[in-house]
Design a protein around this ligand. Structure first.
Ligand code: GDP
Length: 442
């Protein structure tokens, strides 16, 4: 892969009013370029305080932090300018830096350079993104684990075990007179060990995905079942419109809340009815079906005063392949008994709300929500699965006493797939895909 490491720049903080704004410049000429617009001589390893000057006019009083390669985030010369947090000033200074010869950075280009300059491996670079995007403390902690290199350490351990048995096989193949053929039992034990370790990581994959992306919960039910009221109660706000006229919640509305450290996106579906004379509401019904399909968990609401009718059953059936919780609403107005498999709530008195949250968490718990030391993303899970496939081929080969030459090919393939996780073996396309998801300035 060929890379040009010209000097890039970007605003690293959100472009809105704030205490400070940070502009980051990275590349061989980073410090030289910033020097052209800064009043004082920039001294390395020192906090430089001075003014940004444009054609003799003072633009802002700033701090310039110079980092000399390789001791910087990107591994290149870096200058970070801390300005006052005015979008107008920040943009002005960015334009001046562009005028002096830097180029605007692409998404994730600073982190991409950090990876290409061996400041971090690919799993750590991806963890930067996970940390920025973390919605809860739990996901932030796990992302921090990956950032520390825990995923890298784990995959290196597995790789070194596979390499060790592969080394023995290759030695016996290359020097048959001096080195005895490796015992098939030994190959089976070692390969099985590596398979178990990869399976251990993959068993948490579903949970990793939930920690990274959150879980989607749809609130479904007939018009007037109490969906919007429950939605508001769970969120503690009045966003969806609540009225007594059936079918008022016409659009799906989403909000995020946190349930025991898991980020949950709540989708308030419009009243689901089989036929509605109202076109707008029909669109809502279609969206509800889509929302149920998309959801991981569906709360199926029915009005406790009325009981479950045929129309309710139809809606509940839409969610029959999902994890679903039947919710009997408006229990403050009912005196009939709750059934065993449902939760009775009142959005008015808040009765049953904690119990409902607990039930949601238990459904999530089914997916094993233990705190994970690190996170894997879908790309990394794909690499692990490919590596596993190759190891299983090797294991079968060993069990059938196949030629060890053939077994070694599968072992090499499994190592290559593991190497893709840290980015030892990586294509330009994959790299671009990964860093496309970053923000500019990171
Ligand atoms: P949706 O059409 O399913 O979104 O239903 P809404 O949340 O708009 O509720 C329909 C009506 O039932 C409104 O008048 C609400 O005030 C009322 N309602 C909803 N939940 C409760 C509840 O727990 N207790 C009582 N007493 N009324 C409720």
């Amino acid at each position: 892969m060929n890379y040009t490491f010209d000097t890039i720049c970007a605003i690293a903080t959100p472009l809105s009013k704030g205490g400070i704004g940070v502009i980051r410049v990275s590349g061989e000429n980073a410090i030289e370029i910033v020097q052209k617009i800064f009043t004082k001589k920039i001294i390395p390893k020192v906090i430089n305080h001075g003014w940004i000057i444009d054609n003799g006019e003072k633009i802002d009083e700033v701090i310039v932090l110079p980092f000399i390669a390789p001791h910087s985030y990107t591994g290149e010369n870096v200058a970070e300018i801390q300005t006052h947090g005015s979008p107008v000033v920040i943009n002005h200074i960015l334009n001046m830096i562009l005028d002096k010869g830097a180029r605007l950075a692409q998404r994730g280009e600073f982190t991409k350079r950090a990876f290409l300059n061996h400041k971090m491996d690919l799993s750590q670079a991806e963890a930067v993104l996970d940390l920025i995007n973390a919605k809860t403390q739990k996901s932030a902690n796990s992302a921090a684990g990956s950032l520390c290199g825990l995923l890298k350490i784990k995959t290196e351990e597995i790789k070194s075990k596979i390499s060790s048995i592969l080394g023995k096989i290759i030695a016996s193949l290359d020097f048959p007179q001096d080195v005895a053929e490796v015992d098939y039992e030994e190959i089976i034990t070692e390969v099985q060990g590596a398979i178990d370790e990869i399976n251990d990581i993959l068993k948490n994959a579903k949970m990793h995905n939930i920690l990274r992306q959150g879980i989607k919960i749809a609130v479904a039910g007939r018009p007037n079942a109490g969906k919007s009221s429950l939605f508001n109660t769970l969120l503690n706000l009045k966003r969806a419109i609540v009225t007594e006229i059936e079918g008022t919640t016409r659009d799906t509305i989403t909000e995020t809340l946190e349930i025991n450290g898991i980020s949950a996106t709540l989708i308030d579906t419009a009243g689901i009815r089989d036929k509605s004379p109202d076109k707008v509401e029909n669109i809502g019904i279609e969206q509800s079906k889509a929302a149920i399909e998309e959801a991981d968990i569906v709360l199926c609401l029915y009005d406790g005063q009325i009981g479950i009718c045929e129309a309710d059953e139809k809606i509940f059936n839409l969610a029959q392949d999902k994890k679903r919780i039947i919710v009997r609403t408006k229990c403050d107005l009912c005196n009939n008994q709750t059934k065993n498999n449902e939760i009775s709530i009142s959005s008015k008195t808040k009765e049953g709300i904690e119990e409902l949250k607990k039930a949601i968490y238990e459904e999530i718990s089914d997916l094993n929500p233990t705190q994970s030391e690190f996170l894997t993303n879908q790309r990394q899970q794909y690499c692990l699965k490919k590596s596993l496939e190759a190891l299983e081929n090797a294991l079968n080969g060993a069990k059938n006493n196949e030629l060890q030459d053939l077994i070694s090919i599968d072992l090499k393939a499994s190592i290559t797939c593991l190497g893709e996780i840290s980015g030892e073996v990586i294509t330009e396309d994959i790299l671009n895909d990964i860093f496309m998801n970053f923000c500019i300035g990171k």
